[in-house]
Design a protein around this ligand. Structure first.
Ligand SMILES: Nc1ncnc2c1ncn2[C@@H]1O[C@H](COP(=O)(O)OP(=O)(O)OP(=O)(O)O)[C@@H](O)[C@H]1O
Length: 269
């Protein structure tokens, strides 16, 4: 089973979210939110459905302009999408007509990197995600987990300083998502990348993260911030440890009322 690499010197970016809010017409998705993500940290964001998690991620990605407030990366105000930010979605973003290798190299191709160089980098990232043996395969020949690994390899090929992951393993079975989550944690730590990770699974949040942020029902705001005091080397059996089980329970207690509130909201809106 995959274990976690030791943390290296962080080369990730610092993310400073200052008073960021976002409305869609009359719908206030995100209430003014402040949060700082330390360089190289791995933070999970949990909260009830529709509370504004994806909205916050999109704002940090520069894909949505906040209604109020500002995002600063290493002190510089964010004004739109940037190539150093890698985004991983639930549905593996792979191009079916390209091989795994050329999918992994795709973002570099868009950036104008020459064929030999981008293929070399892509081979290296495929090795990191355990897909070297499938470089010449096409996505339809892969399992869902392998397709998501390909999408992750594509993001890693660009050597991002920030990875934003929006329920990246939500479509996968429990065992595969645990393996892939630990892989993502390992490669992010090796590279010192800052990660913000949205998940509906509290145990996944606890297993992978340094910190778990809990959002309220819409309009979303961060109502709790738990430090995950588990050993740096993460393995699935850690979830059985009393510290982890206790933290899962505390996060769940915090989220439960919000989930009920969100469901009541959705029933009436
Ligand atoms: N483009 C949009 N136009 C109008 N409303 C939107 C838009 N995007 C999001 N919303 C609304 O903003 C709120 C927050 O949505 P968001 O997708 O950020 O929530 P979420 O926490 O990521 O949800 P889930 O966990 O179900 O994926 C929801 O009420 C949603 O309907």
């Amino acid at each position: 089973m995959t274990t976690t690499a030791p943390r290296t010197e962080a080369r990730g970016v610092e993310v400073r979210v200052g008073g960021v809010s976002r409305s869609f017409g009359p719908v206030e998705a995100l209430a003014p939110t402040d949060v700082v993500l330390a360089p190289g940290s791995f933070t999970a964001l949990v909260g009830p459905s529709g509370c504004g998690k994806s909205t916050l991620l999109d704002v940090i990605a520069g894909l949505q302009t906040p209604t109020g407030g500002q995002v600063a990366l290493d002190g510089a105000a964010l004004s739109g999408p940037r190539r150093e930010t890698g985004i991983i979605f639930q549905e593996a973003a792979v191009l079916p007509w390209r091989t795994v290798l050329d999918n992994a190299a795709f973002a570099l191709e868009v950036q104008g990197v020459g064929k030999a160089e981008r293929r070399e980098v892509a081979r290296e990232t495929l090795r990191k995600v355990g897909l070297s043996g499938f470089a010449d395969a096409y996505p339809h020949q892969l399992s869902g987990g392998m397709r998501q690994r390909t999408a992750i390899a594509r993001v890693l090929s660009t050597q991002p300083d920030l990875i934003l992951a929006d329920e990246p393993f939500g479509a996968l079975d429990e065992q595969t998502r645990t393996v892939l989550g630990l892989e993502l944690l390992r490669v992010a730590r090796e590279a010192g990348t800052t990660v913000l990770f949205v998940t509906h699974s509290i145990s996944e949040a606890v297993l992978l993260s340094d910190r778990v942020l809990v959002m309220s029902a819409r309009p979303g705001r961060i109502i709790d911030d738990f430090e995950v005091a588990l050993p740096a080397e993460r393995t699935p059996d850690l979830l059985g440890a009393p510290e982890a089980a206790g933290l899962v329970e505390r996060v769940w207690q915090q989220i439960r009322g919000e989930a009920e509130r969100a469901m009541a909201q959705q029933a009436t809106s």
